[in-house]
Design a protein around this ligand. Structure first.
Ligand SMILES: *Cc1c(COP(=O)(O)O)cnc(C)c1O
Length: 364
């Protein structure tokens, strides 16, 4: 039996007719940049997931940039973040000229450690970029307590966590703003690039709306040096259709995760934590194993695709060499990078395929 790590074609075949008809409409009405398709998507995203407002953007990296600007980050400021994430989580900090300060992760959720944040605060600390990794919300109670005590601006990178909640609150509304990516492989993916920005503060949402389109409150008036971070009408049209399926897809991801959790019983496998305070949307199902590479080839021999997410923590990437982190300085993140293996988890996987993965791991 073959079990691909991810198969996007299955999902897209199922909605092909509907999506192509919507794209044809957009082609005909010609509002290609923002426009009614994006407005409809923003309204539906807010209503479905519980946001007071949503700003559609051209990627998941752009809202991270705006989050750092809304936090007032700039040269001389320190912004604490996690090294165990996709690179662009830290780009927003660097784009503003602020310094990313990498701290270690929680050994069980693999998100940023609240105790490590508290230990890294200095008089220059201005904010936090928290990543809800693999769909699992970080420990926001403890993180927000530190943030409030030190008046820090909290950006939540929700690129992998669309639909996840923390104590019933949608991610992105716990901190000061939240950012999403609709890159095709995300839980809600477009046919190309896309992203979104949310905030519980009306003033933050307004500032991000202004910066999204050339710092321009109305045509040919520019009150700030802005950006072009508009979402394409075609992406809005696709995402509108896909958003209707998201709850069903998330439910299926949760069922697959439950099947993995029940079946994977080896004592040498560390499963992802699922604390009762948060509801993960299982963007990835990742486990840790001390012989990760051997386990990976064993699964490959059984026709099972896997991935290593992420093999190199950000504090040791060449782009941040000037920050001077030594190997061994953030031991939990580094060990997690060496031992992590992500298993297939996408809504179209069958129970039999998941059972095949479980059997193969248990026979390793
Ligand atoms: C995908 C992703 C992003 C960036 O999104 P793009 O749409 O590729 O710009 C940022 N952070 C995390 C954690 C991601 O997984």
């Amino acid at each position: 039996m073959k079990v691909p790590f991810l198969d996007l074609q299955l999902q897209h075949q199922a909605i092909r007719t509907e999506v192509l008809a919507a794209l044809a409409d957009t082609y005909d009405h010609t509002r290609f940049c923002l426009g009614q398709d994006v407005e409809q998507f923003e309204q539906a995203f807010s209503a479905t997931l519980g946001y007071p407002g949503t700003l559609g953007m051209n990627s998941g990296t752009s809202p991270l940039h705006l989050g750092s600007l809304c936090g007032g980050f700039g040269p001389g400021d320190e912004v604490i973040t996690t090294p165990f994430t996709f690179a662009s989580s830290c780009w927003g900090i660097s784009y503003t000229g602020a310094t990313p300060v990498f701290v270690d992760i929680d050994p069980d959720t693999w998100c940023i450690s609240p105790a490590a944040i508290a230990a890294a605060i200095t008089p220059r600390t201005k904010g936090l970029v928290v990543v809800h990794l693999f769909g699992q919300p970080a420990r926001m109670d403890e993180i927000m307590a530190v943030a409030r005590a030190h008046r820090l601006f909290v950006v939540e990178d929700c690129a992998q966590a669309v639909g996840a909640t923390y104590r019933g609150v949608p991610v992105g509304l716990v901190g000061d703003c939240g950012t999403f990516s609709f890159y095709p492989t995300k839980n809600l993916g477009g046919c190309g690039e896309g992203g979104a920005f949310v905030s519980r503060h009306p003033a933050v949402l307004d500032r991000a709306r202004l910066l999204r389109v050339h710092g321009s409150p109305r045509r040919y008036l520019h009150t700030e040096v802005g950006f072009n971070f508009r979402m394409d009408g075609f992406q809005g049209a696709v995402l509108n259709i896909k958003l209707r399926q998201l709850a069903g897809w998330t439910a299926r991801r949760r069922a697959i995760a439950a099947q993995y959790r029940a079946g994977l019983t080896r004592s040498d496998v560390q499963l992802p934590a699922a604390p009762p305070t948060a509801e993960s949307v299982w963007h990835q199902f990742t486990l840790l194993h001390p012989q990760r590479d051997a386990l990976r080839s064993h699964l490959q021999q059984h026709g099972i695709g896997t991935d290593i997410i992420y093999p190199g923590p950000m504090h040791l990437q060449p782009c941040y060499a000037a920050l001077g982190y030594a190997a061994g300085s953030l031991p939990v993140a580094e060990q997690t990078s060496r031992h992590c293996l992500s298993l297939p988890i996408f809504p179209e996987l069958t129970d039999a395929q998941v059972a095949h993965v479980i059997t193969a791991i248990n026979s390793f």
